[in-house]
Design a protein around this ligand. Structure first.
Ligand code: ZN
Length: 256
């Protein structure tokens, strides 16, 4: 088994708002991974006294712990409980009804000898590589569909008909894209935040199989370096318009 991760802030002077962790329980044939991309807060910090890294550490840590300690719960139930636990940690000090209360995209994967279970919420990507080498992206493409329809997405955050992130409402877990695959049918899985997927989603210089092949061959750090090369070639984001010229980028590869 091979596990590799890498993460890099978009700008060295700004805290990295991504979170990634992989766990292999001792004595078991299984494991789990959690990857979050914290949403950059507004100037008023979304009514929260804490930082986005504070939030992602709590949400990601709780989700990872529940995923491995509660095999009786689905990943949706684990995410719901992790959101509640995190909200409880600052419910009394912060305004959790603020639309930009700290929140994150979520990828969670859990596997044992029989089955791999996945969950994707918002725009980080999960890639499943089958034993014949086919790479299947698992995406929650709500934001892309809204943008393709010409809609401004900001007002549609966590609203019916819009798109959903893990913030303070545990009910959002029901919106996640989930599925199960026989573990024996898979050779590897990878997860990337949108900052690491820019070759595919922003620059159009790569596709999902190509991104996966680079991850396998050269590793997550090389993938992030390739994204930075593209960003450095257009440092103000004028040739290729994008929300942020540079974004936090995180990738994780698990080869079975
Ligand atoms: Zn807070």
């Amino acid at each position: 088994m091979r596990i590799e991760t890498a993460t890099e802030p978009g700008r060295p002077e700004v805290p990295n708002e991504d979170f990634v962790s992989v766990v292999l329980p001792a004595g078991g044939r299984g494991g789990a991974l959690v990857l979050l991309d914290g949403v950059t807060p507004p100037p008023d910090n979304g009514g929260c006294a804490h930082s986005v890294p504070w939030f992602t550490a709590r949400l990601g840590g709780a989700l990872l712990e529940l995923a491995v300690s509660r095999p009786d719960l689905t990943l949706k139930d684990c995410l719901s409980a992790a959101i509640s636990r995190t909200a409880d940690a600052h419910r009394t000090s912060c305004d959790l009804s603020h639309p930009l209360t700290p929140q994150a995209t979520v990828v969670a994967v859990r596997w044992d000898g029989a089955e791999l279970e996945h969950l994707v919420l918002s725009d980080s990507a999960l890639l499943l590589e089958s034993v014949d080498g086919t790479v299947t992206p698992v995406l929650d493409d709500r934001i892309d569909r809204l943008r393709a329809a010409g809609l401004r997405v900001a007002p549609l955050r966590n609203t019916e008909g819009g798109f959903f992130t893990a913030a303070a409402d545990p009910a959002v877990a029901a919106r996640a894209v989930t599925g199960r695959t026989p573990t024996a049918a898979l050779r590897a899985v990878a997860a990337v935040t949108d900052g690491a997927a820019r070759g595919v989603e922003v620059f159009g210089s790569d596709d999902w199989p190509g991104l996966f092949a680079l991850l396998r061959k050269a590793g997550p750090q090389a993938l992030i370096a390739r994204v930075r090369e593209r960003e450095n070639a257009d440092p103000a984001g004028t040739a290729v318009p994008r929300g942020k010229p540079y974004d936090d980028a995180t990738a994780v590869l698990v080869e079975f």
